[in-house]
Design a protein around this ligand. Sequence first.
Ligand code: TYM
Length: 503
Amino acid sequence: MRASCTLSLILDLFDAPRHPSWSVEIVNAKDDNNSLRPDQQRVEGTGGKDGQQAGQTTAEPFRPFHEKTIVFSGIQPTGVPHLGNYLGALRQWKLLHDNSAHPSLKGKKKPMQYFSVVDLHALTSEAPGPDRLRLRKESYAALLAIGLKNTRQTTLFFQSDVRYHTELMWILSTIASTGYLSRMTQWKSKLNLPDDANLDSDEATAKLKLGLFSYPVLQAADILLYEASLVPVGEDQLQHIEFARTLARGFNSHVKNSPDGSNVFRIPSAALSPAKRIMSLKRPTQKMSKSDSDPKSRILITDSYEDIHAKIRAAVTDSEPGISYDLEKRPGVSNLIEILRHVTTIAETPDTIAKDLQYMTMRGLKEMVADNIAECLSGIRENFLELMEPGNRTFYDEVSIGAGKAEQKARVTMRRVRESLGLNTFGTRLDTPKIDEVEDVGADGDANVNANDFNVGPIHPESDTDGPQTTEKAILEALQGIGQSYGGSYRVSAGGKDPSRKS
Ligand code: TYM
């Protein structure tokens, strides 16, 4: 099963650069409670040849990840993911997954990635039991449908299958500042409260449940349990990653050091994809979201070609003549141009793309955008439908493999956390590996795992003692992999072709 954004040139409307420079932002949050806005650091470098997908064989030497990179990210099972989820996060997950199995890494300790369907987080929004069961299955199947699966490097699991998430959440909550949590925006937006709402407001406290308020603490536990150095997310998650960094630092200094003298937690960094915020098709000043009551506001990654076209045709634009990019005056058209840019991975600015298409009709632009989205998502729908068939065992097999692998990794971290807090009744266990010393599941190699590859034998400590200080380098190298994907071109359908242009 394979589904990917095809970068092959069908028709170049303009000369897209074939050796693009890429830019992906890693975000170093300030450990400062007064400011919830993180500093953003732009990282630039040279992309791959001819816009090839990271992980493909290129004439240029492949630059592998730093060996210590551990990636964690999650998605709520609130339905089939939409295009915003895909471009902002899931496509990056797939690139990281593909890159980690690159042949040039043979014989080396490879990066690891943990991707979770965070079903405990989803309990903070309403969904009756039977619906929840279906939504969980759909979400996990959607990840399989984009080409992710459990391998030696990748673990795909349900959060609720690993009990350590909630244990660590409790421990972290003993040092989490309620002042900080009260300034965070998610609980307010979920309750339709203004951004400046606080706990002094009766309206806020009447609606607010502890689970929603402490949601970021659980998210921090997710990340820290897996020693993640890199968390690929969309922009809306930055505040949560910043909070996780603050908690990790706070905990490290709270317990002073773990018994062996090293830090207990690694400090994670967020990695933003170029498509950090895809907007709603119906309300283009708001982000595309699963919770929007209008299904036409979003493209699902399993939508059919016809559905994609119908939704894009119905997308809110304006009656200005021609095409231009202006986020304030023309948010709808600008969103379509952004989407076009991201689905094709074209390495031009939205302004340049808009100038190139300035004489096109709105109908033509919509046709073109819809065609390119369909191309980008091709194969996912078919894979998904196959996985959802009642007799298909893949889902169940993958879920059980993922649960075992994730549990094994999380257990080791929890052992270290418990020891650092003096919760180890029988004294320090000498076999507890230090941070960075854990051999991840299975022996080295690219083969897939099966259920017997984990939960057997001890976890072997290694002598390498790289600490969290190496994280920055790890991120830069990992991002080279992510960024390589920008450099495509777009496809022009008969309907979308601009007659005034020479092709
Ligand atoms: P969730 O389920 O809302 O979204 C999953 C991922 O999709 C990104 N995303 C978008 N990116 C671009 N444009 C959009 N319109 C858009 N909408 C969503 C999100 O930024 C996210 O990366 N709290 C998280 C889940 C979570 C998590 C974690 C993530 C729980 N624990 C630990 C990272 C690490 C959430 O609700 O994502």
